[in-house]
Design a protein around this ligand. Structure first.
Ligand code: ZN
Length: 377
């Protein structure tokens, strides 16, 4: 089965080209300029960008990945697919070790089905003083031995662990995680500048939602933000929802890290795609008002109701990124971080046919995943 998409404005890393592409068996087999050599499905001159890659996502459409229920997790995945996310990591929040192992084992099934690109343990090895929406009573000091148990429960699908490196055992846990080929991320951390550099030296390569749940940038106490931005080994997550971080600080991070070390994430929770109301995030109760999720107890921001298409659009409109740069921070850079850039993240021959067709006002007009339309434009 071969499908040609014609009259497309194809967004690639080196620019935007009018052209066409052919898809066979779920992969892109040709990308050409000008008019297609044979009739195909016309996209009417609309932009096509690579499917979005979200490395930090807790759920949506009422489904919460931390609940470890494959049925509602599928609803969440389907919601984000309709918003253009074709590769997604499921993020768990702090819970008991048993609870985490159970959820990881349930979600491993969806990884094996190709619906998820892995599992992210955002807790429990994080700082009490920066725990945000995580249950402080369940936090633990990092333990390489416990992590090995969680990785086993995830059956090889653990992709990322967020660790506060300054905690006792933190650097060992980062070394062990990186040594197992799992991404070690710095986050929910009270580390200073020097301690953060030690975490990177130990093998951490990602900043979990830069700025959020860490000490702020200070001119005499630069803290983790400066360390994570300036170290070339680190890629920073940004939540671009207009709530978590001021656009000026997003622009500042992007100016330093550039499209190659910046990735948009949603940090979406179960209310995403639904209305305001009461929800849960792991063991915590959350109230959503005007689309902003906060803990019922204490009022900490508790994830977002963001989808990647909105984050992408905001990066063009609020941050001033070009479409190719926006596509890089929404797709190619996170794909590279996940070690999947040979398969996804850009519109190139040999890669999966994961595509988002955009309307003139950058709304999602169509989504294709592995060569099959989720939404046909
Ligand atoms: Zn999160």
């Amino acid at each position: 089965m071969s499908l040609t998409l014609a009259d497309a404005r194809i967004v690639t890393t080196d620019g935007i080209h009018d052209g066409w592409l052919t898809i066979e068996d779920g992969r892109i087999t040709h990308v050409g300029r000008g008019s297609a050599p044979r009739p195909g499905h016309s996209l009417g001159g609309r932009h096509v960008v690579p499917g979005f890659v979200d490395v930090h996502n807790h759920g949506g459409a009422g489904g919460s990945f931390p609940a470890g229920d494959p049925g509602t997790a599928r609803d969440a995945i389907a919601l984000h697919e309709r918003h253009g996310t074709t590769t997604m990591v499921a993020s768990l929040v702090t819970d008991t070790l048993d609870g985490l192992a159970r959820a990881a084992s349930a979600l491993a099934e969806l990884c094996e089905d190709g619906l998820l690109a892995g599992i992210h343990f955002e807790g429990p090895y994080i700082a009490r003083s920066r725990c945000g929406a995580h249950d402080p009573s369940l936090l633990r000091d990092p333990s390489a031995q416990e992590l090995a148990g969680l990785f086993k429960a995830a059956r090889g699908h653990a992709r990322m662990v967020t660790i506060a490196g300054e905690l006792p055992g933190g650097l060992d846990a980062i070394r062990m995680t990186a040594g197992e080929g799992v991404i070690a991320a710095v986050g929910h951390s009270d580390a200073d500048y020097e301690q953060t550099l030690q975490a990177v030296e130990a093998g951490a390569t990602v900043a979990t939602h830069l700025y959020n749940a860490m000490p702020p940038l200070g001119h005499r106490a630069p803290g983790p933000v400066a360390a994570l931005l300036e170290d070339e080994r680190v890629t920073v997550e940004l939540i671009n929802d207009g709530v978590h971080v001021h656009p000026a600080m997003l622009r500042l991070a992007y100016e330093v890290a550039g499209p190659g070390r910046t990735m948009l994430v949603t940090d979406a929770m179960s209310a995403t795609g639904l209305g305001d109301g009461e929800y849960v995030l792991g063991p915590m109760r959350v109230r959503v008002e005007d689309g902003v999720a906060r803990l019922v107890e204490g009022g900490s921001i508790a994830g977002s109701t963001l989808t990647m298409d909105v984050a992408f659009r905001r990066s063009v409109r609020e941050l001033g990124l070009s479409l190719p740069d926006a596509a890089q921070v929404a797709s190619l850079t996170p794909a590279r971080v996940l070690g999947l850039a040979d398969r996804v993240g850009s519109i190139d021959v040999g890669k999966d046919a994961d595509l988002v067709v955009l309307s003139d006002d950058l709304e999602v007009a169509g989504v294709m995943r592995r060569g099959a339309w989720i939404t046909e434009p």
